[in-house]
Ligand binder design. Structure first.
Ligand code: ADP
Ligand code: ZN
Length: 441
């Protein structure tokens, strides 16, 4: 179902006219109201009046994560703090979080785009919705909550974690739709299996999963083990939170970006030059309607490509691929760029592999060493009674195959450690950290 066909399926020519009008307005507004933008525009020698065509967007300076840090906490707001009704913050693993604010109107826009995501994922008014994204400063929980209420879902605001209780409520309240991180969806699937609950025995049909990278192989696992259709939702606090883009049930092939609110570009992470559709690069967003915290050409650090081909669902909005990496998650190992998602894509598809893996990087003298720890499936482990120490011929043979596969995909050798099921960390409700880089310690 398309939540807002008038917008989501509008002819591209009308969309572009609307975007240009909105772009001109927001550029003028930030220039007048946010000192940082005025300084940047002046330094780049560009005045808002010079934005006459869509192409002029390329001449505007980028906004970066450090701009958030430098103006912490409220310096990027384009309205007085007293005019906002909500503040969120992204976790920011190091130092101060990035603070974002919303006016009443921003909250409405946010609810609208989240309702679009839920509809694109299969939800319909009246469905019971278990919202297992974290509530709090993290945008996931409350963002989806308002979208779901707008759509008329029956919201169960359970938040992340507390797996036993999640499963009890899934059974008792009969949610048809769940939202959570993909890693947490797997945690739920495992816990259900442990309790002997068959996937088809629940009312659950649709998963709206995101907030962290995942792959097609992981989708297959989640869909099979939970008996649902699993759809990818993408967003980030600096742009709005969840609800920047979402896949459609019809094609499940790229997430439609809600382009009436968010302009998307892909640029070369090094040069900052725009890249054509199909080429992977860094996603850059400009918000077209946000009041409290508009961002102009915000560099997300997320690597993806765009696809303008028409979609079976009827939406005309451009689709973005899965996030294949993050500029700041990229590991440089012996001079080679490695993204955790490449490892996942290479290994998780193998029949003996579970979707649980971890990358550990160390430095021995001057040489970087990448160790990839992967859990095997229960089926594989069963031949050793569920436990093995790695010396077994079958285990060694499988590890060798994994090493060769990784060499082919990454171009470097990695140590592969196969571990029995259940040995690697699981998501306890939120995002899962899969990389341990001990070189920085
Ligand atoms: P935090 O900084 O606390 O993690 P955010 O929710 O703002 O909070 O994180 C946004 C980031 O999460 C994005 O920039 C992206 O890297 C990642 N992300 C969100 N959704 C997806 C998704 N569907 N696939 C891959 N990565 C995602
Ligand atoms: Zn579509």
């Amino acid at each position: 179902m398309i939540w807002n066909p008038e917008m989501e399926a509008m002819p591209r020519a009308s969309l572009e006219a609307l975007q240009l009008r909105r772009l001109q307005e927001v550029v003028r507004r930030v220039y007048e109201r946010v000192p940082l933008y005025r300084q940047k525009f002046d330094a780049a020698g560009i005045h808002p009046d010079r934005v006459q065509r869509m192409d002029d967007l390329r001449r505007l300076p980028f906004t970066t994560k450090s701009d958030f840090r430098d103006t912490y906490p409220f310096g990027l707001f384009a309205v007085p703090v007293s005019s906002t009704v909500r503040v969120h913050a992204s976790s920011g693993t190091t130092g101060k979080p990035k603070v974002v604010g919303y006016t009443q109107n921003d909250i409405q826009v946010w609810a609208e785009v989240c309702a679009r995501c839920l509809a694109a994922s299969g939800a319909a008014p009246g469905d019971v919705f278990q919202n297992a994204y974290g509530y709090g400063l993290f945008t996931g929980g409350l963002g989806m909550h308002y979208g779901a209420e707008l759509m008329g879902l029956v919201v169960i605001p359970i938040s992340g974690g507390n797996t036993e209780r999640q499963i009890m409520l899934l059974r008792d309240f009969g949610a048809k739709v769940i939202a959570c991180t993909p890693s947490y969806a797997l945690t739920l699937a495992e816990a259900m299996a442990a309790q002997g609950i068959a996937p088809g025995s629940l009312n659950l049909r649709y998963g709206v999963l995101g907030a962290e990278p995942w792959t097609e192989a992981m989708r297959d696992e989640i869909e099979a083990r939970l008996g649902i259709a699993a759809l990818n939702i993408y967003g980030l606090s600096e742009v709005i939170g969840p609800g920047v883009s979402n896949e459609c049930l019809e094609e499940k092939n790229g997430a439609h970006v809600f382009e009436d609110h968010f302009l998307v570009e892909v640029v070369d992470p090094q040069s900052g030059e725009n890249l054509p559709p199909g080429e992977p690069g860094e996603l850059v967003f400009t918000t077209l309607t946000k009041e409290a915290l508009p961002v102009i050409r915000y560099r997300t650090g997320d690597i993806a490509s765009l696809n303008l081909a028409p979609c079976a669902c009827g939406r005309t909005f451009v689709r973005m691929s899965r996030i294949v990496g993050r500029t700041d998650d990229m590991l440089i190992i012996r001079g080679i760029n490695v993204y955790p998602s490449q490892v996942e894509a290479a290994l998780v598809g193998l029949p003996e592999m579970s979707p649980h893996y971890q990358l550990v990087v160390t430095r021995e003298h001057t040489l970087d060493v990448l160790e990839v720890k992967v859990e095997v499936t229960d089926g594989f482990a069963r031949q050793f009674g569920g436990a093995f120490d790695g010396d077994e011929a079958e285990v060694q043979e499988l590890a060798l195959r994994c090493r060769q596969k990784l060499l082919g995909v990454l171009g470097i050798t990695a140590q592969v450690t196969l571990v029995p099921p259940g040995k690697l960390p699981r998501s306890e409700g939120g995002k899962l950290r899969r990389v341990i880089d001990q070189r920085r310690l």
